[in-house]
Design a protein around this ligand. Structure first.
Ligand code: FNR
Length: 219
């Protein structure tokens, strides 16, 4: 039996994961958000610049709680059905600033990444387009229970890839990005509107307590 649990428009947070002013990933986030909007979903476009937070420190958390930037990012995530991250690759991995934000936000209970779908995209001036960074980014997100879409999109030679109107100069690449976004949104829509699976999980592997915060079930 299917249930229409969410009749409104899908809400998608699109996060540019660079704090640089002229970030190629911010441009890719803007283009991606346009595609999300064209598909009929409501977009919340953000950049990590919007969420200032210190380096994670357990003593700071214990003394002061979670920083404002982490609270704000949590709230934006919480209001979304799904999120898209456009991230640079630093040294073949996840930029520290993004991992730091994920670490802070993962301290919330209930842990907000658990119930979301995510699409990962990247841009880099290199020939691989930052794709190795996305594989690394899957690890913390999948660990946290995010359902990370199997297809990803990596834009190589990003310094010369954008046309003046913000679309990709290569029509084939533009189409591929649009198809990836459309496929992702179809999956999110199917899951959000027609929930038919019961989800059950342990927040932390090996945790055998009966505490509500570590065991949640959804129908
Ligand atoms: C990079 N860059 C980079 N690029 C890449 O394709 N593979 C890599 O491993 C790295 N490593 C790396 C490390 C560090 C510390 C910096 C600062 C940069 C280059 C990076 O992809 C390029 O600067 C992008 O333009 C950064 O993304 P934004 O800020 O333009 O979105």
């Amino acid at each position: 039996m299917t249930t229409d649990t969410h009749p409104g428009r899908l809400r998608v947070l699109v996060l540019g994961a660079s704090v640089r002013r002229h970030s190629a990933n911010a441009r890719l986030a803007t283009l991606t958000s346009q595609l999300v909007s064209d598909a009929g979903a409501t977009v919340d476009l953000a950049t990590l610049r919007d969420f200032d937070m210190p380096l994670y420190d357990g003593d700071v958390e214990e003394a002061d709680g979670l920083p404002h930037g982490a609270l704000a990012l949590h709230d934006r995530l919480d209001r979304s059905d799904a999120f898209i991250i456009a991230s640079p690759e630093y040294n073949a991995s996840v930029p520290g600033v993004l991992k730091n934000a994920i670490d802070w936000v993962s301290r919330f209970r209930p842990q907000p990444f658990k119930t979301k779908h995510a699409l990962l995209v990247s841009a880099s001036p290199s020939l691989v387009g930052g794709n190795r960074g996305l594989w690394a980014l899957r690890i913390p997100l999948e660990h946290l229970g995010t359902r990370v879409y199997p297809d990803m999109f990596s834009l190589a030679a990003s310094h010369q890839a954008f046309a003046e109107d913000g679309r990709l100069a290569d029509a084939g690449l533009q189409e591929r990005l649009a198809e990836t976004v459309a496929g992702f949104l179809s999956l999110v829509e199917a899951d959000v509107r027609y929930v038919c699976l019961e989800r059950r999980w342990y927040e932390f592997l090996g945790d055998r307590t009966e505490a509500e915060v570590t065991q949640r079930a959804e129908k």
